[in-house]
Design a protein around this ligand. Structure first.
Ligand code: PXG
Length: 431
């Protein structure tokens, strides 16, 4: 196999010995290079929420690339970027009518953190420089996101990161919460860990706290009942901005457009990416509360935020995004997860007695199935289950020994049964 491509988050040498190549996709399925059909249990990488190669989106991208391939958005504009931002603001929670475009989740995270810092400075509170993340958080791979992230392997090789970062504890508590359906009952008090950091650093030095409403990459950690509410209350009390990283939870994954709407807890800033264009063209967006945008508009009349990307609001991404929102709206996909919730939850928890399973977690159309690690070889069971499922025609994700499922939101009930049925069979065969 050719070897110039240094693959991301991949065991490159293992992959080359046994490549897994996808060549085509449509709806709920991929086809491998050999022509084998594979059920997509993870929406590509949590992004293809409307399913693959949807004609309306494909056509919109084709039309746009032939009309205007690129146009700058620095001191220039093009109508489709304004139109798409308007459309996004319409599905965002009330009061979030400003949208900053990026090209990925990682860029959205770093943009959100920089907006938080610059906001406080614009308000005369430049001493708020600290950024607080959470253990087991994943916020992409740029320096800001790596610093506030809380996954050891993603951090340990990259030095001290951004200065002034600290972390609150994670919310995982299997002793009390294993096999919870939806939000676990115990652990609202884990939010009080933020008070510990306020006591240590003084709250007047803290700019923002960033968390995923549901932690995805670290293995599907659903917030305990009352946890997000308490985090919100502490942030408000201390003038700290609360940032939700909605890169995974956005665009219908939990049964509403955004996770904040599902949980009924509003952040001050939130990130998005992935489902924003159904994965077709790279894009991300940061949504800010109107008061935050307004604070930037009070300063000297000139460039208000020295930040942006060459491809912020790229015409192809905007065209894909508008067609994606049309598709979501026409097919009711932003709320479809809510109507499938019970079927999904029952199918996931039916694996309770399957081999190796020590916990099952679910929220919206997301499920995490945690396996007992093989003694002396953590992660091996998860990886083998992933390989065997792929052989059996189903694409799942494994983070160490946690299997994650997050299919396109167009999934049918029979396909839900197939997905979990395959996992059960695979676990029988994994040592
Ligand atoms: N924030 C969150 C919450 C994410 O889940 C990012 C930021 C970064 O997005 P970009 O577009 O820069 O990759 C993510 C990405 C997995 C998996 O299997 C999850 C992500 C990416 C790849 C794999 O859990 N999430």
């Amino acid at each position: 196999m050719q070897s110039a491509f240094w693959m991301p988050f991949t065991a490159n040498r293992q992959f080359r010995k046994a490549p897994r190549l996808l060549a085509r996709a449509e709806g709920m399925h991929y086809w491998t290079a050999e022509g084998r059909q594979v059920l997509d249990g993870v929406a590509g990488l949590w992004c293809v929420n409307a399913g693959h190669c949807r004609p309306k989106i494909v056509e919109a991208v084709k039309r746009q690339v032939a009309t205007m391939d690129f146009a700058p958005t620095f001191q220039m504009g093009h109508p489709i970027a304004f139109e798409f931002a308007e459309r996004l603001a319409r599905i965002a929670p009330q009061g979030f009518s400003r949208v900053f475009f990026t090209n990925s989740g990682s860029e959205s995270v770093d943009t959100a953190l920089k907006i938080a810092l610059a906001y406080h400075r614009a308000k005369g509170e430049g001493q708020r420089f600290r950024l607080i993340g959470r253990e087991r958080g994943y916020h992409g791979v740029n320096f800001g996101g790596t610093s506030v992230g809380g996954i050891l392997a993603n951090r340990k090789s990259f030095g001290p990161g951004v200065a002034g970062v600290d972390h609150i504890r994670h919310t995982h508590d299997p002793a009390r919460n294993a096999f919870s359906r939806g939000q676990p009952a115990h652990g609202a008090e884990f939010a009080d860990d933020l008070e510990r950091l306020c006591a240590l650093h003084d709250p007047s030095t803290i700019a923002a706290v960033i968390v995923e409403p549901v932690a995805g990459s670290a293995g599907v950690l659903v917030p305990p009942k009352g946890y997000l509410e308490r985090l919100r209350e502490i942030c408000t009390r201390h003038g700290i901005l609360l940032i939700f990283d909605e890169v995974i939870t956005g665009f219908g994954r939990l049964g509403k457009a955004f996770g904040s709407q599902h949980f009924g807890v509003m952040p001050d800033v939130f990130t998005s990416a992935k489902g924003i264009t159904n994965g077709t063209v790279p894009m991300g967006a940061v949504f800010v509360k109107d008061a935050i945008y307004d604070a930037f508009m009070q300063g000297p009349d000139g460039i208000e935020l020295f930040h942006g990307y060459t491809y912020s609001g790229h015409p192809l991404a905007c065209a894909a995004g508008i067609a994606t929102l049309d598709t979501y709206e026409e097919e009711g996909l932003l709320t479809r997860a809510a109507s499938l919730d019970r079927t999904w939850e029952d199918a996931a928890h039916a694996l309770r007695d399957a081999r190796h399973v020590i916990d099952i977690r679910n929220c919206g159309l997301v499920a995490g199935i945690e396996l007992e690690p093989r003694p002396g070889a953590p992660g091996a069971r998860g990886h083998e289950a992933f390989l065997k499922a792929f052989e059996a025609g189903v694409l799942i994700r494994a983070t160490r020994d946690i299997l994650a499922l997050s299919p396109p939101l167009i999934i049918e009930k029979a396909q839900i049964a197939r997905l979990f049925g395959c996992v059960r069979e695979v676990l029988k065969a994994v040592e």
